[in-house]
Design a protein around this ligand. Structure first.
Ligand code: AMP
Ligand code: MG
Length: 329
């Protein structure tokens, strides 16, 4: 692990050899701890599903919360999400800054399904911290970055916190001292008629409402809090029914495989997607949402899922599968 200490006097960050090291780490799918004005982020290339699986693995997250994609400008953000007049007003008023906007995702955005947890919305932010914006520009990708702490622990506001919690998983830790805001970004969803406050944070409700000219509706969607049942419906759910822990493939079913050998009946499955032939849980996490989409598109009435062990990322994979198979209203 490389620790890069940046002092307030440092002028052009991009001249430093450590900057080049951080950019190549991001490009090669490694994790980089990147401070923002709110808290330290555990950053990875948001377009690389293996890299994003690495974020969940390092944090030990028991479920796949969607990740915020950090971009250098509103112009870049508009390549990934659809901004209506309200969203654009908020972005112009508060970016760069501690505000995350959840907007409908553009189909052509290269951000991977794992980063958005399979949703058709995307959380975007232009942070005030210049280092995050410079890295995103230089690496040529949005940077997915949740708070750089192990799941269930408090967010890291110093590089020492990050190293203590996650040091062994990170290629480069960028240290700019304690973060000035110290709480996470405020998250506002502009995905339907009513603007919603998903998480209070570094920018106050009053400031946002003053620009919007209407009140924000409060709904819970907090990081690492147990997901409220209401949130489940917002997750991508396949049209096909899911049958978990399948020991065989029934007629008309598609198969979501994990490991080998495939179960009896696999040869007549409507479609087969393998999460990982070798039983690798990081690879399986990286493929999960895309595999579900593909199997759903096959038109099968049901998807049977081979058992996935509940260790490491298997816990989050099983959580997601259980939600996708839950009865729907
Ligand atoms: P953290 O990355 O730790 O700051 O937490 C990110 C927060 O953003 C979590 O509470 C997520 O549930 C929320 N989030 C990210 N993307 C979305 C989305 N598309 N829709 C709703 N909430 C989101
Ligand atoms: Mg967090």
């Amino acid at each position: 692990m490389l620790r890069w200490i940046i002092s307030p006097e440092t002028r052009d960050l991009r001249d430093a050899p450590e900057f080049t090291a951080a950019v190549s780490a991001l490009r090669s799918g490694q994790l980089v701890a990147i401070p923002t004005e709110t808290v330290y982020g555990l950053g990875a290339d948001a377009t690389n599903p293996q890299a994003c699986a690495g974020i969940y693995a390092a944090k030990g997250r028991p479920s796949f919360n969607p990740l915020i994609a950090h971009v250098p400008s509103l112009e870049e953000a508009e390549k990934h999400g659809r901004f209506d007049a309200r969203a654009r007003r908020l972005a112009e008023a508060f970016w760069p800054g501690p505000l995350t906007l959840v907007v409908p995702r553009r189909a052509e955005s290269p951000v991977c399904d794992l980063a958005t947890a399979g949703l058709d919305t995307i959380a975007l932010r232009v942070p005030a911290a210049r280092i995050m914006r410079d890295l995103s520009c230089a690496a040529g990708c949005p940077i997915a970055a949740p708070s750089a702490n192990r799941s269930g622990r408090i967010s890291a506001t110093t590089a020492d916190d990050v190293i203590e919690d996650l040091g062994q998983h990170i290629a480069v830790v960028i240290d700019t001292g304690p973060t000035p805001v110290g709480v996470e970004s405020t998250i506002v969803a502009l995905t339907d008629d009513v603007p919603r406050l998903l998480r209070p944070g570094g920018l106050s409700r009053g400031d946002i409402e003053a620009i919007l000219g209407e009140p924000l509706k409060r709904t819970g969607a907090d990081d690492e809090a147990p997901a409220a049942p209401g949130m489940l419906s917002s997750h991508y759910a396949p049209n096909a029914r899911l049958r978990l822990d399948a020991q065989n493939v029934r007629p008309g079913e598609a198969l979501l495989a994990f490991g080998l050998p495939l179960p009896p009946g696999a040869e007549r499955a409507v479609a087969v997607e393998s999460l990982s032939e070798t039983g690798n849980l990081v690879e399986a996490a990286a493929r999960l949402f895309t595999a579900l989409r593909k199997l759903d598109a096959s038109g099968a009435s049901a998807i049977c899922v081979m058992p996935v062990p509940c260790e490491g990322l298997g816990e989050a994979i099983n959580d997601r599968l259980a939600r996708a198979s839950a009865p729907r209203p």
